[in-house]
Design a protein around this ligand. Structure first.
Ligand SMILES: Cc1cc2nc3c(=O)[nH]c(=O)nc-3n(C[C@H](O)[C@H](O)[C@H](O)COP(=O)(O)OP(=O)(O)OC[C@H]3O[C@@H](n4cnc5c(N)ncnc54)[C@H](O)[C@@H]3O)c2cc1C
Length: 450
């Protein structure tokens, strides 16, 4: 396999070589053309075929399947949505907010059901969100109380004796989360689609999307309906420059660690973890007993630029290694074998959305921030219903046809996005020093999606 692809993530490396697919060769036509071979595009193709097996579907991918966030993420298949239930209630009313929560919770099991068709290391063991200070414990207990008040989620408190992170006073445990191997998921899904007749064309860069027409560097695809599924890369398409901001999340993976280590830190297979700091971290125990551990902290680049060099920031990798060892000191000598990163997609109001315009016959989904692994599946099902005109519960969910405001033009976008990042790091320091909930986080939080 191409070294550059292996370096994309531990997941790409561990699934090994895949024969590259052909690109578009001249003009073509289809019933549905999908731009982007990540999970949004692929799930949409899957559910479209379920609704109508006769559809001729083509997926146009600039690089290879899973090149984007779908092949690089933390492997948390969670019921999380980038906006909390309370904020969804404020925006859309209680019933709509609860319907969205129920749909997200059901999606974890919907994804899991595919693991009987091909193996992607799916194990549903919930998430532990460690509370490592009194301030964090108050935040955890407030989250549990909020979940109880809405009565849909299933989050409970686990005491210090039940959790194995250093200095943890306890943790909020959310049952609705699974660990999986993103590379195996996305690659297996693409193969399953091809077995059903979907044409997946790699190395095919789309340069323009309009009603019934997708222009690429290798020819034009004429299609009855078009779906744009480019998430963090959306700003590179004309007409979409300020829709979604690419924000980098970076990860490391360690060598495999002995089972005795995992018993000690109380992380059984399937249980993912995070804590209540403001500058997000997230981790999982992989099926082969490594840590895959990631977090924010990489800066936003002027003009929503995306470059391979931005996937690697030594300062952030070192920050992640230190954060991991701080949580689990017994991992201090574990070798870090992989380092990578990639852009996820952030809408201005942190509200993921699925849209379909019957006039242009163009559909889109995205803006999942760091919660896209399961949400892409819900998006795929919803887009399939919208495109085929099905009147389902899915098309009435509050994220359907939600339109986020555009991001500000530069330099405001650059200043705002990076100030938000710095503020979250500063908020963690403030809480450590004062022992009280950060004022910075209270002021800046609503602007950066907390
Ligand atoms: C490091 C990291 C960790 C994450 N961890 C988690 C996690 O643990 N849990 C979770 O729920 N979410 C996580 N996320 C977010 C999640 O991975 C994404 O929300 C999700 O994968 C988005 O899928 P997608 O198909 O919409 O976009 P992508 O997977 O980014 O796919 C978009 C595709 O479009 C292609 N493309 C772009 N431009 C063009 C063009 N002009 N022509 C043709 N093709 C084009 C790209 O090459 C890419 O393959 C993480 C993201 C990152 C980066």
């Amino acid at each position: 396999m191409d070294q550059a692809l292996i370096a994309l993530s531990y997941w790409h490396d561990s699934v090994g070589a895949a024969a590259p697919r052909a690109g578009l060769d001249g003009d073509a036509d289809a019933d549905v053309a999908i731009v982007g071979g990540g999970l949004t595009g692929l799930w949409t193709a899957w559910y479209l075929l379920e609704r109508d097996p006769a559809l001729r579907i083509v997926v146009l991918e600039k690089e290879v399947v899973g090149f984007g966030a779908s092949g690089r993420n933390g492997g948390w298949c969670s019921a999380l949505f980038p906006r909390s239930t309370a904020s969804l209630e404020r925006a859309h009313g209680r019933e709509a907010a609860l319907a969205m929560r129920r749909a997200m919770i059901a999606t974890v099991d919907e994804v899991g059901a595919f693991s009987s068709s091909w193996d992607f290391d799916f194990a549903k063991g919930g998430t532990l969100a460690y509370a490592r200070s009194a301030v964090q414990e108050r935040a955890a207990r407030a989250e549990i109380a909020e979940a109880d008040a809405f009565g849909v989620d299933d989050i409970g408190w686990r005491g210090a004796a039940e959790v194995g992170a250093a200095g943890a006073l306890g943790a909020a445990f959310d049952r609705h989360c699974a660990r999986l191997h993103p590379g195996k998921l996305v690659r297996g899904l693409a193969l399953a689609l091809e077995a059903r007749g979907v044409r997946i064309l790699e190395g095919t860069e789309v340069t323009e999307v309009s009603s019934g027409r997708v222009t690429t560097l290798r020819g034009v695809v004429t299609a009855e309906k078009v779906v744009v599924a480019t998430e963090g890369y959306t700003a590179t398409l004309p007409g979409s420059r300020r829709r979604i901001l690419p924000l980098y999340s970076l990860m490391i993976a360690t060598e495999p660690l002995p089972v005795s280590f995992w018993d000690e830190v109380r992380l059984p297979h399937g249980t993912t973890f995070t804590d209540y700091r403001h500058l997000l971290i997230y981790g999982q125990r992989t099926a082969d007993d490594r840590f895959a551990f990631g977090g924010r902290g990489a800066r936003y680049h002027w003009g929503s630029a995306i470059r391979p060099a931005y996937d690697r920031v030594p300062r952030v990798f070192e920050h992640l290694r230190r954060a991991l060892v701080d949580l689990f000191p017994a991992a201090a000598d574990a070798e870090v074998t992989h380092r990578w990163g990639g852009p996820l997609g952030v809408p201005r109001d942190w509200h993921a959305a699925v849209e379909y315009d019957p006039a242009t016959r163009i559909g889109r989904a995205g803006g999942y921030v760091g919660d896209g692994l399961s949400t892409t599946n819900l998006a795929g099902r919803t887009l399939a219903d919208l495109l085929t005109g099905a009147d389902s519960e899915l098309v009435r969910l509050p994220w359907v046809n939600h339109r986020s405001p555009d991001w500000e033009p530069e330099p405001l976008r650059f200043l705002g996005a990076n100030a938000g990042m710095l503020a979250m790091a500063a908020a963690d320091t403030e809480e450590r020093l004062t022992g009280r909930r950060s004022v910075i986080a209270r002021v800046m939080g609503p602007l950066v999606g907390h």
